[in-house]
Design a protein. Structure first.
Lengths: 112, 443
């Protein structure tokens, strides 16, 4: 099993969710996060004073799928979240050792 | 309705018959009772103007509260609301106890009135010349102006001042400082004899609040982290632009009472025309302030700054307050627009001097108050630049010196500033224990 964790632009969430639903992904966790990448944020002006916005708002989405599904999930996310502009985000794939559905006690593949 | 119903039930048919028989005589009496002389009609309209103007200006307290709530960070919003509701209450009480009579009772060309409680006094009856009004309506209209001056101070000193020392300052400001300088002009004191002109208070209300705020900011110091080593400024964006915008609109609305009712009479056609002219000039000056601030921020910073546009509206309003009647609409536009320019240029100037004014009250109320007062002779031929400058300078020195002494006294006795830890935590938690937005996660 794999955890696919992606940092995306907030306004891309709906498109990403639709792309994942289309390939049969059943659940998704979304978190509002802030961070920076190679551009180190942006500068803004407030009341005549320039200041650095060091952390830009992003969304982190997390989805756990079976190992053979991971590649299609990654390509669905990257396809839907891409604008071609700076700050589109990143996708990380991490191995998952164990899954348990709390309500039924089902484990691993059955719990996904 | 209920009173009539009960009467009919008790008196029965006999009562009704008596009522019917006496009806013609009763109608005649009523007709006589409701014939008003022209001075009486004027008295009612004058009073109505004070009451309507008064509750519009009272509502400006809500405008200041929302403007400040929007321009401070979320961890200080409830504290800012607390300060605004309490300063309004204190201003009301102090103006009753001391302020009104100190400003208006027996000034006679001098420097202050008498120290005594104010009370309703309508014993003078209806003035034959149509200038009469209910005394309480005048008092109500005056008391809401004091609160406006006190509101100005609270915005500048936000996010770092302790609650009770601020309120103690408010007590002295509304009970003594404001009434004494007000007596010089509106109380019939020496400035008014000299020919100074400040129609609704660019200097008397707005600059007074602005001077007190400036002295407070100097003694209190900037917020931690606002000015970084090497001269840089680290802005602390406000928590809610919708609230700041709502506050500005409320202030804009309230200003029709502030300036319009400062005509002090609505009993003649001339007064009706004057109040109406004041309304449109006030509105036009605010519009000029907004557009000027927007254009200038677009030119200087490549983006429109909403907080500057909001300040621009208030800048235009303060600028026209010293003379909202004499200018043409075109002049009102120019006077207001220059106010907007002043704000956009002086907000960064204060930052360069490391004077931390959270909401821009010093540029808006002090600098535009001075500009508005000095602009009076441009449109009002009965005034002179020299006398206007005398008023600006004398009131400026009086308010600045008394405020400075008071802030220093508070600082070296009970202290005025929160600890560093409390400031970082936010005054909502540290000072009053109630957060404005308790369900938000800390960011």
């Amino acid at each position: 099993m794999k955890l696919v964790m992606a940092i995306i632009k907030p306004f891309k969430l709906d498109e990403v969710r639709e792309a994942l639903t289309a390939i049969g992904v059943q659940g998704l966790t979304v978190t509002e996060v802030k961070g920076y990448g190679r551009q180190k944020g942006q500068t803004e002006i407030y009341r005549g004073a320039e200041y650095a916005v060091n952390f830009l708002p992003k969304l982190k989405i997390e989805v756990v799928v079976s190992t053979d599904q991971a590649d299609s999930v990654v390509s669905a996310i990257s396809g839907a979240a891409k604008t071609g502009q700076i700050g589109d985000g990143k996708i990380f794939v991490i191995s998952v050792e164990q899954v348990l559905r709390i309500r039924t006690g089902e484990t691993d593949a059955e719990a996904l | 309705m209920s009173k009539t119903g009960r009467y009919t039930k008790m008196a029965g048919m006999a009562g009704l018959a008596v009522l019917a028989m006496s009806a013609p005589a009763f109608a005649q009496e009523a007709e006589e009772a409701f014939t008003l002389s022209a001075p009486e009609t004027a008295y009612i309209f004058n009073t109505l103007l004070f009451l309507i103007g008064g509750f519009l200006v009272m509502w400006m307290a809500a405008g200041f509260a929302m403007l400040e709530a929007g321009l401070v960070r979320s961890k200080n919003v409830a504290m800012q609301c607390t300060k605004n509701i309490s300063l309004f209450a204190i201003a009301t009480i102090m103006y009753y106890l001391i302020g009104y009579n100190l400003m208006y009772a027996g000034v006679d060309g001098g420097y202050f009135g008498s120290i005594s409680l104010w009370g309703v006094d309508d014993s003078g009856g209806v003035a034959a010349d149509g200038t009469g009004y209910a005394s309480a309506s005048d008092w109500f209209f005056q008391v809401v102006f004091v609160a406006t001056a006190a509101s100005i101070v609270s915005g500048t000193l936000a996010e770092r001042i302790k609650l009770w020392p601020f309120l103690l300052f408010t007590v002295i400001l509304t009970g003594f400082i404001y009434p004494i300088q007000g007596a010089w002009q509106w109380g019939g004191g020496w400035l008014s004899e000299m020919g100074f002109s400040d129609f609704a208070g660019s200097t008397i209300v707005h600059s007074t609040g602005g001077w007190a705020a400036l002295m407070g900011a100097l003694i209190l110091g900037p917020r931690i982290g606002k000015y970084v080593k090497g001269g840089g400024v680290s802005p602390m964006p406000g928590s809610s632009m919708p609230l700041a915008t709502l506050g500005t609109f409320i202030l804009w609305l309230g200003w029709f009472g502030f300036n319009g009712a400062s005509q002090l009479a609505l009993g003649t056609i001339a007064d009706a025309n004057a109040v109406s002219t004041i309304f449109i000039n006030t509105n036009m000056a605010a519009a000029g302030g907004v557009v000027a601030a927007m254009l200038l921020t677009q030119l200087l910073y490549k983006k429109v700054d909403i907080t500057m546009a909001l300040n621009g509206a208030l800048a235009g309003l303060v600028s026209i307050t010293a003379e909202p009647l004499a200018p043409t609409l075109g002049w009102a536009l120019i006077i207001g627009a220059l106010g907007g320019v002043i704000v956009v240029l002086t907000v960064p100037l204060l930052d360069k001097l490391h004077i931390d004014d959270v909401v821009g009250a010093i540029p808006v109320h002090l600098f535009c108050g001075i500009w508005g007062t000095m602009a009076v002779p441009l449109t009002n031929g009965d005034t002179s630049f020299a006398v206007q400058a005398t008023g600006v300078i004398s009131i400026g020195i009086f308010v600045a010196v008394t405020s400075l002494v008071l802030w220093l006294a508070l600082r070296f006795t009970i202290g005025i500033r929160c600890s560093e830890e409390e400031e970082m935590m936010g005054l909502d938690k540290a000072e009053i224990g109630v957060e404005a937005y308790p369900e938000f996660t800390a960011s």
